[in-house]
Write a new protein. Structure first.
Ligand SMILES: *[C@@H]1O[C@H](CO)[C@@H](O)[C@H](O)[C@H]1NC(C)=O
Ligand SMILES: *[C@@H]1O[C@H](CO)[C@@H](O)[C@H](O)[C@H]1NC(C)=O
Ligand SMILES: CC(=O)N[C@H]1CO[C@H](CO)[C@@H](O)[C@@H]1O
Length: 488
């Protein structure tokens, strides 16, 4: 009997499981099934758009990327702050740089609650090393190669480019880099460490709850602010014959206690490097979190005006725009802006910078370049403006690739799982906040919307926002680099 019973169970087992699965599917709320199907369609359509253009496998594009790099120590931010017993604060407050525990607590609270990305210089070395020591044995911590330049270099090497990386690293740092990366710089024994305080959406610290997953970065660099690798990089750049020059990591200079005139001299030298290559190569500048007004002015003059392309996030866009319009620097903006708002800001940045180019040309200044590409990465979507007839190719596929890379990076996996993703962009978006502007529906089968305006094309792609966050830091660098790769 028993034997028979088992036999019949074995026989019907698969049928029973099939029935259970069908039952489960049947009972699943239909809305969810529809949503899943919608996400799957968006994913397959984005993958198709990304795959439309292949990399040239015969001759790998050559990209030179500067400057600096560090070792990232990635920890759960709230666990770290609780461990060191950081005082809770009543009032969040913005500080340009940090000197003590109270300032750190106020500054962290300021960005943590809205879930805005931020990065601050820690002037107090004692406090910084205390935080690093506390992080070393914090459960779940991770070490990684960090810094904008090495992350962008890594992504470009992984996507099929040969890379010249400007940075001063320790020998074991250089060992873990891809074989397609050549380092130009000095050897240092003690690399700079960046503390990455990650937090998920809904995390609680004192009376504050984070509205979205993000990170707060604390650094106290000795090497990076001086762009120590610049001369070596400039020398090797001559023979490297780069197709593209990428500059990032300059925020390490923000609020650093330089001697008077030192910062300007460094940026002025950088301007020479950017403009002296013959023939002139395309320059991309990746913005970051800046708060010091003087360095922003210098960036505008020495770097941004020599760049053909800019990459930035939703915080850095209003920050740059306020500088261009001569108003106070915007330190904190909506971390979930609408498409129309971002596009209007992008049009304005594009218009103002190109007007500056025209004015400079009229004055006979041949070093200033027009802006021909602007890429803004946000949590919900990717947006690009590319000038018609410029050197940048494949804007639609590049926007799709940037969007896919956002999910891949934050979820920490190359294969995208739609059960760990959601769309937070609306079903349709307005192309501008101006009254009577056109609305564009989000079509699952053609998720990247591109259209022409004036002398440029705009493309917008929704992001399949990762819901099981592995890491947010370095996201912008991976996304920007991935977008650029298809446009060289
Ligand atoms: C630097 O941090 C240490 C440790 O938290 C603190 O004791 C010291 O007062 C701080 N220094 C300044 C100038 O705030
Ligand atoms: C701009 O900053 C200055 C100096 O910090 C301040 O006095 C002024 O009120 C600010 N203006 C605006 C519009 O926020
Ligand atoms: C998802 C992803 O590819 N993230 C990458 C971002 O770039 C760094 C450095 O190249 C990689 O280590 C990450 O894996």
């Amino acid at each position: 009997m028993e034997g028979e019973g088992r036999a019949s169970w074995v026989k019907y087992g698969p049928l029973v499981s099939l029935f259970v699965v069908l039952l489960a599917l049947w009972f699943r709320p239909p809305q969810n099934a529809e949503l899943d199907e919608r996400l799957d369609t968006v994913l397959s359509s984005l993958l198709r758009a990304e795959g439309k253009v292949g990399m040239n496998s015969v001759s790998r594009p050559k990209v030179a990327v500067g400057f600096g790099g560090c070792v990232d120590l990635i920890v759960d931010g709230v666990s770290l702050l609780n461990k060191v017993g950081l005082p809770h604060v009543e009032q969040p407050h913005h500080h340009d740089y940090l000197e003590n525990e109270v300032q750190l607590a106020q500054s962290f609270a300021y960005f943590f609650a809205p879930g805005a990305a931020a990065e601050r210089f820690m002037l107090n070395e004692t406090l910084f090393s205390e935080l690093v020591e506390a992080s070393r044995d914090l459960p779940g911590n991770r070490w990684a190669v960090g810094g904008n330049a090495p992350v962008m270099a890594g992504r470009m090497a992984a996507e099929g480019c040969d890379v010249l990386l400007g940075g001063s690293f320790s020998p074991d740092f250089t060992d873990v880099l891809s074989q397609h990366i050549t380092v130009a710089g000095n050897i240092v024994e003690e690399p700079d460490i960046h503390l990455i305080l990650e937090y998920p959406s809904g995390a609680k610290w004192g009376q504050y709850t984070s509205r979205r997953a993000n990170r707060y970065i604390i650094h106290s660099d000795d090497h990076n602010p001086y762009l120590a690798s610049m001369e070596e990089f400039a020398k090797k750049l001559q023979d490297f014959k780069a197709d593209l020059l990428v500059v990032g990591g300059l925020q390490m200079m923000d609020n650093f206690p330089f001697q008077s005139g030192e910062q300007k001299a460094l940026l002025s030298r950088l301007a020479d490097v950017l403009t002296s290559s013959t023939p002139q190569i395309g320059v991309h500048f990746e913005m970051a979190s800046f708060v010091e007004e003087t360095i922003m002015e210098d960036l505008l003059h020495y770097v941004i005006s020599h760049a053909d392309s800019l990459g930035m996030n939703e915080q850095e866009l209003p920050n740059l725009l306020s500088l261009l319009k001569g108003s106070n620097i915007t330190v904190l903006s909506d971390p979930n802006p609408r498409v129309a708002t971002v596009l209007d800001q992008m049009r304005e940045v594009y218009r103002i910078l190109n007007q500056r180019y025209k004015d400079a040309s009229a004055d006979g200044d041949t070093r200033v370049k027009p802006l021909t590409r602007l890429h803004v990465h946000t949590l919900a979507f990717q947006a690009m403006i590319v000038t018609h007839g410029s050197q940048w190719k494949n804007t639609m596929s590049a926007t799709a690739k940037a969007s896919l890379t956002a999910n891949r990076h934050v979820c920490g996996s190359n294969d995208i799982d739609t059960t760990k993703a959601r769309l937070i962009m609306d079903d349709s978006f307005s192309v501008s906040r101006q009254e009577g502007s056109q609305r564009i529906p989000l079509q699952e089968t053609r998720p990247v919307s591109c259209w022409d305006e004036e002398d440029y094309e705009i493309c917008v792609a929704p992001v399949l926002v990762c819901t099981e966050v592995y890491q947010t830091a370095g996201g912008g660098d991976n996304i920007s680099a991935a977008g650029l790769v298809l446009q060289i």
